[in-house]
Design a protein around this ligand. Structure first.
Ligand SMILES: [Zn+2]
Length: 282
């Protein structure tokens, strides 16, 4: 029925057109800000192929922490830095306070070509005095830092391990953000299940974003819908996968549809799926 062009609608000159009269278009830039290296045959080739098929342009790929970094993985990183730096951005993983995870690791990762850092499974809360030296160095190098926030998976249900999800609460990023005002921080999984805490902390700190990666997307979407425009603006959300690359299509379609149903327009969804991440990564 409508005789308006798409650009007229986008410019807002036709206020009587409902958002759902404009169907989602392909995003011009898609960046996955949360992806784990998994030691397996053809990992890199499979990742690049799945990205291509799903229209994903760039990925932030997390190394294993030093205690599980293998020779196979090392060879893959060498190839990535040599041949695929335009598509794969390396993030070096650090488990703060654990053996072989001293602050010099930040310098080592930076000199090898890693452009960001991923933090997980600390021995104390993320904002403990002993760990500040990691963040100070990251700020100096201009490396964005992504923290696992929320309850973390167990690696074994039979072996004992000293890990507490409570050390990874999103509010512990607050002190870090205030101490290092140039540091770009991403709280992974929106702090699942501490969504309100993650949104509120992000709202107070201009360079603290939230990735929507991980499971439980029904609850994540519900939390976004509930807090949107009160404690959360869509500028603070970034797309991440945290699943094998075979899941790109499913999760991009699902999230894009959920955001569309919340009334977020194309421009806003373009930000979430790539443009905001491009600014974080420079
Ligand atoms: Zn993850």
């Amino acid at each position: 029925m409508s005789t308006y062009t798409l650009s007229e609608i986008r410019q807002g000159s036709q206020g009587d057109i409902a958002y759902y009269d404009v169907y989602p278009e392909k995003h011009k830039l898609v960046i996955d800000i949360h992806h784990h290296y998994r030691p397996s045959r053809n990992f890199v080739e499979t990742l690049l192929k799945d990205m291509d098929e799903a229209g994903v342009h760039k990925v932030c790929l997390f190394s294993s922490p030093p205690q599980s970094y293998s020779d196979t993985e090392d060879n893959d990183w060498k190839r990535i830095f040599k041949d695929y730096e335009d598509k794969i951005i390396g993030f070096g993983s650090i488990t703060p306070g654990r053996p072989n995870n001293s602050f010099e690791l930040v310098d080592l990762y930076y000199s090898r070509g890693f452009r960001g850092l991923k933090f997980i499974r600390p021995t104390r809360r993320y904002d403990h005095d002993d760990f500040l030296v990691y963040y100070e160095r990251a700020e100096k190098y201009g490396m964005p830092v992504l923290f696992h926030t929320g309850v973390v998976a167990r690696r074994s249900v039979t072996e004992s391990e000293d890990v507490s999800s409570a050390y990874m609460r999103p509010v512990y990023l607050d002190r870090i953000a205030r101490l290092y005002p140039k540091l770009k921080i991403i709280a992974a999984h929106m702090g699942d299940p501490w969504f309100g805490e993650a949104f509120n902390t992000s709202q107070k700190n201009p360079l603290l974003w939230l990735d929507i990666s991980g499971k439980g997307i029904w609850l994540k979407a519900k939390a976004i819908r509930e807090h949107l425009w009160i404690r959360l603006r869509p500028e603070k959300l970034v797309f991440g996968l945290d699943e094998p690359s075979s899941q790109y299509k499913r999760l991009i379609y699902t999230w894009d549809t959920l955001f569309y149903e919340m009334g977020l327009d194309q421009k806003t969804r373009d930000m979430i799926f790539g443009e905001t991440a491009a600014r974080i990564l420079g």
